[in-house]
Structure formats: C-alpha cells, structure tokens
Design a binder for this molecule. Structure first.
Ligand SMILES: Nc1ncnc2c1ncn2[C@@H]1O[C@H](COP(=O)(O)OP(=O)(O)OP(=O)(O)O)[C@@H](O)[C@H]1O
Ligand SMILES: [Mg+2]
Length: 312
C-alpha cells in the first residue's frame, strides 16, 4: 500500500498564546478515507488548512506521495464554509471553477454536465445557488472540489447542518469518489456517525493533538465492554450504586435523568442492576444495553463527550 500523506510532528500556533495543533503525526494510505474526529476547537480545520497548503506549519514535515512538494492540481478541497457564489447559478459556479483549473470549451461543458448529473443537480443547474437548500449547496461544493479530478480530496465538516437524508446522500457520494475514482479522502467531522460510516481510519483529535488512531472497529473494541444507558430520576444516586457494585470502566451523567455506564457483560448484569436500584428506591424509566459506539471510545481517550448526530 502506498502512502498518500505523511505528517511528522507538525505544530501550528496562532500568535504567542494559541497552540492550535502540536506533535501531530499521521499516515494516510492511498485510496483510503481518513477521518479526523474531534469537538469544536480541537484543531481539525487547522490541520486541514496546513494539508491543503492554505496555512504554513511552524514546525514539522509533510510528505505527499513521498515528496515534500505538492502540485495544487493534485488536491481538491471543500472548506468548512461554503465556497459557492450565491449570486451565480450552480452551472456558472462549476464553469468558473473549471476555468480556474484550465478546463475550456467542450471538455469543460461536458465535465460540468457530468458533475451536475452525478450530484443530482441537473434540475437546479440554472437557478441561482442562493436559492439552493443546504444539502444542494453542499453537493455543489463537493462537485466544485473535484472538477479537476484530484487524487487527494479534503473535506472539512462535509455534512454539518444537513438533515439525515441529505447527509446519507452525501455519504454515498463520498464513498463513490473513493470506490469509482480511487480518490484518497481526508475529512474532518465532529459526528461520530459520519466517521463510523465513512472512514477506513480514524484519528481522534483533542486539544490540538491526536490521541488515538485506528479503524472504527478497533476504536470501539478498545472500550472493552457494553454501554448501559439508564434513564431515571436521581442518576447520580444510580451512578453511586453501580460504581459500588461493579467494575465500571467509565460513567457519564448526560443530565440528571440519564446515566451512561460502560461495563463488561452488560446484558447479564441487567437483572442484578435492577434489583440493586430497586433496593435503593431508585425508579428506573428505561434501561438499555448496546455495544459501544465511537462516542464511548472518544470518552475513554479524552474524558470528553462527542455530540451525537442532530444536536450540533
Ligand atoms: N486564525 C486563527 N487565529 C487565532 N486562533 C485560531 C485561528 N484559527 C484557529 N484558531 C484556534 O485554534 C484552535 C483550533 O481551531 P480549529 O479551527 O482548527 O478547530 P476545529 O477542530 O476545526 O473546530 P470546529 O469544530 O469548531 O471547526 C482553536 O483554539 C481556535 O480558537
Ligand atoms: Mg473546523
């Protein structure tokens, strides 16, 4: 497997005080989808800007396909904020972007039509993009990002703010870019569902550092247990009961009514848990057991909660 991107000990500070990223090292295999997963301010966009050459690192080395030089034509990028010109139509946006990359005449027209079809934007092609929905604008952003068929595609928060249906559609399109066009994709996200669905490799980011790297399954297996979610009044009291009775690897009170606990053999323990809570007169509204998700894994490494889909 050849390496598309290699980052060694990269650091970026803003002014004297803010260290946006530090000691950042990562290896991205060619043809993979790689996700940087982390909450607001963890350094995802900074990493993105450095990799797309929009910002310079203060320290460290970056290799693209084994070289420290990168030809801009090799990379495509879709920034966190839309790059679509709202006063132009979808087609005009694409035509302009194509010209920037040196496409002309029939070749340009054909490429634009191909992209409009691929991203289901034909009908809206000649309407002002100001009137597009969020999902349509994001698809147009993506189409603009790949007009020149880059080998490396960078997506900063590709589906933030979209409804679940548009998000699923975009995920499908991103996967196709990997499978059909063989692109290497690096994306940033704070949605664990997005990283889980798309990524071959995930790096957890926290406070400007990478704290863990692995496949989605590897990350979840690290949690080593089941997650039990208990809905009850007085979740704090429930947390104490469970901590006293079992080897609880981590617990988190999402609010006063919700407790999230990781422990081995969760399902087997349920009857016993119910009995113990009952003994303390803690009334349980609901209790569920599930395999851990990436949010549980993130919590394990950082002690922090990732927002679930929908509550951004
Ligand atoms: N131009 C800048 N000037 C000063 N500080 C900055 C600048 N850009 C980013 N930072 C700081 O660097 C840190 C990392 O920011 P960054 O935008 O990389 O995070 P992020 O993970 O992309 O967050 P989000 O999920 O909100 O997009 C933050 O503390 C941020 O305030
Ligand atoms: Mg960002």
């Amino acid at each position: 497997m050849s390496i598309a991107i290699q980052l060694n000990n990269v650091r970026k500070t803003y002014g004297k005080k803010v260290t946006a990223i530090q000691d950042l090292s990562l290896t991205i295999e060619e043809g993979s989808i790689y996700a940087l997963l982390g909450p607001n301010g963890s350094g995802k966009s900074t990493t993105f800007r450095i990799l797309t050459t929009l910002a310079a690192a203060d320290q460290g080395e970056i290799y693209y396909f084994g070289s420290r030089k990168i030809n801009k034509i090799t990379i495509g990028c879709v920034a966190q904020n839309s790059g679509v010109d709202p006063t132009a139509t979808g087609r005009e946006n694409l035509m302009l972007q194509g010209r920037i990359y040196g496409l002309r005449g029939k070749e340009l027209q054909e490429r634009v039509n191909e992209l409009l079809a691929h991203f289901h934007l034909q009908e809206a092609a000649d309407r002002l993009s100001r009137h597009y929905s969020g999902g349509m604008r994001r698809k147009l952003d993506l189409a603009m990002g790949i007009i020149h068929r880059p080998r490396l595609l960078f997506l900063d928060e590709p589906t933030t703010g979209l409804d679940p249906e548009s998000r699923a559609e975009l995920w499908q399109m991103i996967k196709q870019l990997q499978s059909d066009a063989g692109m290497t994709v690096l994306l940033t996200t704070h949605y664990m569902e997005e990283a889980d669905e798309l990524a071959n490799q995930i790096a957890f980011m926290n406070e400007g550092k990478i704290v863990a790297v692995g496949t989605p399954d590897e990350m979840k297996n690290k949690v080593g247990g089941d997650t039990i979610t208990i809905q009850c009044r007085h979740s704090q009291a429930a947390a104490q009961v469970l901590a006293a009775a079992y080897d609880v690897q981590q617990h988190e009170q999402q609010n006063d009514n919700m407790l999230h606990v990781v422990t081995e053999h969760g399902a087997e323990k349920l009857p016993d848990i119910m009995r113990r809570l009952d003994e303390q007169s803690i009334t349980v509204d609901s209790i569920t057991v599930a395999r851990p998700d990436l949010g549980d894994a993130y919590l394990l490494y950082t002690g922090k909660t990732l927002r679930k889909e929908g509550n951004s």
